[in-house]
Structures are given as C-alpha cells and as structure tokens.
Design a protein around this ligand. Structure first.
Ligand SMILES: Cc1ncc(COP(=O)(O)O)c(C=O)c1O
Length: 397
C-alpha cells in the first residue's frame, strides 16, 4: 500500500531509530557484557509530586473521568493555568480565550502548522531542533526554511541573517529556549527579537517552552514576556519535564486568542482532551507544586558536574550546559576523520558499552557530529555509564 508523500518526506524519526537500536540490543542481551543504560530519551527518572498522583488516583474512579472531556470541561484547568501564569511568569492571561489544554506540548507544536498554514506556505525551524517542529510543518505540506545554529556562535539563533525577502515569505516560525538538543538556556532578548520580527512581517511566532523550569544557569526566557505576543505569538508548556509527568501526556498552550481558537478547532477534529482525572492532577501540580523542579535542579546540577568530571578524568573536557536535562557532546575528531557519523557512532557505542545516546543529526543536519546524553539516571549510575562511554571515546584519540 502506498503511503502519503508527506509521510515519506518525514521519514523515520530519531526516537524510533533509537528504539529499534535498543530493541536489538535488548533482544541479544545474553551475549552482551553490559546491561542497557538508556540515556537517549529526555524522560526523567525523578518522581512527580506525590499529591498529583494522589489526586489522579482518587479521581480515576469517578464516572466523569471515563467520559469524553470537551473544551468547556477544561475550564478549571485553564483557570489554574491562568493563575500559574500570574504567579510564575507575572503575566495576566484570559483562561477563556488565551489558554488551551494539550495532550503534551509535542502534540500542540505538531498540530499548530495545520491550524495556521496553507499548503506551500513557508515556515522556519531552527536546525537543530526538536523533531515535532519540523514534523508539524511537513504534515502541513509547508515549505520549510532552516535557521542553522552554530557552536561558534554558542548556538544563538542569528535572526539578523534572515533576509527581508525570507522574512516576508514567512507564515510561521517555531523555536524553543531552553533549547533541546544543545542544552542552552537562551536569552529573553532573542525571543523579543523573534516576536518583533513576527509582528513586523506578519508571521506567527511559536515558542516551545517545556524546559521553562529547568534552567541551571540564568533564567529561562518566556515568549509571554515579549511585547506583542497577544497579536501573533503562542507558547507551549508541558508537565513532562518540570513536574516529571511525561507518560501522562499533559501540556498547554497560551497565546494570541486567534491562534488558540484556530488550534482548538483543529484539535476538535483530531482528539478529545485527556481524562478529567489527569486534568485534576495537572491542576494540583500547578496549584500545589509550582516550584517542583526547583528541588530537582540541584540533583541535575550534581549529575551534570559528575558526568563532566568523569569525562575530564578520561581526558575529554566539555563546556557545562546551562539547562538541566542534557549534555550535548561533540564526537571525537578522529571518529569524524575516519568518516564515522553520529548515527553509526551511537550504534557502535551502544553495542560496545550498553549506553544509548541520541545521535545529533536526528534533530537536523546541523546536529551531525554531535550526541545528546540525557541526565535521567542517578548520579552513581551515570558515572559508571560515562566511564564506559569515555573509554569508547578513547578508542578515537
Ligand atoms: C522541545 C521539546 N518540545 C516538546 C517535547 C515533548 O514534550 P511533551 O511531553 O509535553 O509532549 C520535548 C521532549 O523532549 C521537547 O524537548
């Protein structure tokens, strides 16, 4: 059976390829010297707030939790988001017109282009960037331009490099800081600049911000603090990272009323909202544990520093990232000189050491030659795994 051209254009995703690699490793575990240590996914091992789980558990058996939840029934959730925006971001938002419940921020970012772009219109993504940014545009049959990030520029998006004619063509730009995969927190002035360009050139500015509470250095930028977002800006937030609730698939968007309305209508065709039991849990997270991630930042900082120390002991020195969840590591130069790319390096690394990392090219061609390591295991396990990775790096000295 033929599949659509847009799916062919998408190709297999980086996490699907990772999954296949890990499945092969697991299926042959008997012959492997090491158990699998999966550092390929940004899915934390840290616990969500106990109160959130209690609320979900106690709501599960209520009849209403098994029913479809239409938009109007998400009102308590939207009101809690509005209070959180005031408390956490100092921004006043209208829960009726400016907030939308999502099945995770990935779902929202992937659906937004379908809601605001016509086929063939131009969208801009960063390279490298989270796969749903490009994926959503491909599903919407958009023409995609890439703004390449550069290590020499400390991965800063150089919006000045966009020509006037490029800017005039744009219908939508999507990006996100703190940035996955480069683990840079980013700066508020970058978002201000993007929003200003969006207003001047009449394009939608979408900012994906699941890591808003995971800055280890500095403060995470927020689009809702950039002047003009109410006209054509939208920001995506998640319960997956700060609140450690990834498997529950909970997120939300806050943005210009027209964009929220468009995304709501699009989603009306695609899905219903998550169960009210999960919404109650999300409300509890917003209200009772808005600073949950603050306790975890010291844990991530300790993990980051101990992993970097192990690399250093083996002769590999890397700059510490400013956001919590990832390290973004260049392949050894010798491996590159031998023509080994990040995909084959990650495969060989898994095979030899049992440690799964994500190849950077899965986030775009500017990620080629890089690997992403997620700090999602306890520090002592990470130290052992890093020792094995560093030994494998030493094969390319
Ligand atoms: C930039 C970015 N956006 C979205 C997501 C997915 O978030 P959610 O679980 O809310 O869909 C991730 C997950 O790693 C991410 O890095």
């Amino acid at each position: 059976m033929a599949i659509s051209l847009r799916l062919q254009r998408l190709g297999s995703g980086v996490f699907e390829r990772n999954d296949k690699r890990k499945e092969i490793y697991r299926s042959n575990l008997k012959n492997k010297p090491q158990p699998l240590v999966d550092l390929s996914l940004g899915s934390t091992d840290l616990a969500p707030p106990e109160v959130v789980l209690d609320v979900i558990e106690s709501s599960l058996r209520r009849a209403e939790s098994s029913s479809y939840s239409l938009h109007s029934s998400t009102k308590p959730f939207r009101e809690a988001v509005s209070e959180w925006c005031e408390f956490r971001l100092g921004v006043d938002v209208d829960p009726d017109r400016e907030v939308l419940f999502l099945v995770g921020s990935q779902e929202g970012t992937a659906h937004l282009p379908l809601a605001v772009m016509n086929s063939g219109e131009t969208g801009l993504v960063l390279d490298p960037s989270y796969p749903s940014h490009l994926g959503g545009m491909v599903l919407a049959d958009a023409h995609v331009e890439r703004l390449v990030l550069n290590p020499s520029n400390n991965w800063r998006p150089d919006f000045q490099s966009l020509t006037n004619s490029q800017l005039e063509q744009l219908r939508m730009m999507i990006f996100g800081f703190p940035h996955n995969p480069t683990a840079q927190v980013g700066k508020q002035c970058w978002l201000d600049e993007a929003m200003e360009l969006g207003l001047r050139n009449d394009f939608v500015v979408a900012h994906d911000n699941p890591y808003v509470d995971l800055a280890l250095e500095g403060e995470a930028p927020v689009l809702l603090r950039s002047p003009g977002w109410r006209e054509s800006g939208i920001e995506f937030f998640s319960f997956s990272k700060g609140w450690c609730l990834g498997g529950f698939r909970l997120g939300f968007a806050v943005g210009a009323a027209s964009l929220i309305k468009a995304l709501k209508e699009l989603k009306g065709v695609v899905d219903f909202n998550q169960s009210l039991a999960l919404q109650h849990g999300a409300i509890a997270a917003l209200k009772t544990s808005p600073d949950w991630s603050m306790m975890n930042l010291d844990i991530y900082r300790d993990r980051r520093d101990r992993v970097l120390a192990v690399f250093k002991k083996h002769g590999w020195e890397f700059l510490p990232p400013s956001m919590a969840l990832y390290l973004w590591l260049p392949l050894p130069e010798r491996a590159k000189q031998q023509g080994i790319d990040d995909e084959s390096f990650a495969s060989a690394l898994l095979e030899k050491t049992g440690v799964a990392l994500t190849p950077g090219s899965g986030f775009g061609s500017a990620g080629s030659g890089w690997l992403r390591l997620a700090l999602v295991r306890p520090a002592c396990e990470l130290e052992v795994a890093t020792g094995r990775v560093a030994n494998w790096f030493n094969e390319f000295r």
